[in-house]
Design a protein around this ligand. Structure first.
Ligand code: CTP
Length: 214
């Protein structure tokens, strides 16, 4: 896929509001997504980074658009998906969100029972509406003993062009020991390394891999 030059990356957690001051979130740092954006830029790709609510530092000069909730990210993907040749979905999108958001701060003394509803599967929705020349790569964070099996099933369920499977310890860490799986049964294990080094490796792989003649 040597013609690919526009890379859209999502990174970081989502925060799902409970009331004006509280939210449900997760521990994603966005480090890998930022590293991918920096590696892509260094390799001469055009980059847009859709970035969740984290304080993680990144290089100056990146084209960054911010989201907070899953709903915000859905809106940004509507806007930017048509622009890209490849989408890399590293964002740790919440699986559930509070069914209702209180407009006023809830008092502690009242106690709180939250009713949660599942969020929309954003990457699966992107796959359904993408052009045939676009590729979409997902990520999976799994228990180490079920990593390959669960990631492969997730790739098929969401009809992804590839999935990057990581053990749970990857979240928030500086290093990564990922496996890359493809629908045509490729299985790559580049080994444990710092996230920036893995990002350079993955961007290079995406640039050279034949995504079934796309
Ligand atoms: N993802 C998404 N929208 C969601 C949840 C996940 O787009 N609501 C994307 C993630 O960005 C990632 C991929 O789907 O690229 C896999 O995320 P994961 O949370 O592992 O998948 P789930 O479908 O939520 O499966 P599980 O039941 O294992 O949580």
């Amino acid at each position: 896929m040597s013609t690919t030059r526009r890379l859209l990356i999502t990174a970081g957690p989502t925060h799902e509001p409970i009331d004006p001051v509280r939210y449900l979130g997760n521990r994603s740092s966005g480090k890998l997504g930022i590293a991918l954006a920096e590696a892509g830029q260094a390799a001469g790709w055009e980059i847009r980074l859709l970035m969740g609510p984290t304080e993680t530092e990144m290089a100056a000069g990146l084209d960054v658009r911010r989201f907070v909730s899953t709903a915000d990210l859905a809106g940004l993907l509507d806007e930017h998906l048509p622009w890209c040749d490849a989408l890399i979905m590293t964002a740790a999108v919440a699986d559930y969100r509070p069914k209702q958001r209180s407009a006023v701060k809830l008092p502690r003394s009242a106690g709180l029972t939250l009713e949660l509803e599942p969020t929309e599967d954003l990457v699966a929705a992107c796959v359904k509406r993408k052009r045939s020349d676009q590729i979409i790569i997902g990520f999976a964070l799994e228990e180490p003993d079920q990593l390959e099996d669960r990631a492969r099933r997730k790739m098929r369920r969401k009809a992804l062009d590839a999935i990057v499977a990581n053990p749970l310890v990857t979240m928030g860490a500086d290093t990564i020991d990922a496996q890359v799986l493809t629908p045509d049964e490729q299985h790559l294990r580049p080994g444990a390394m710092p996230k920036p080094q893995f990002a350079t490796w993955l961007v290079d792989w995406i640039g050279h891999h034949d995504f079934q003649s796309k």
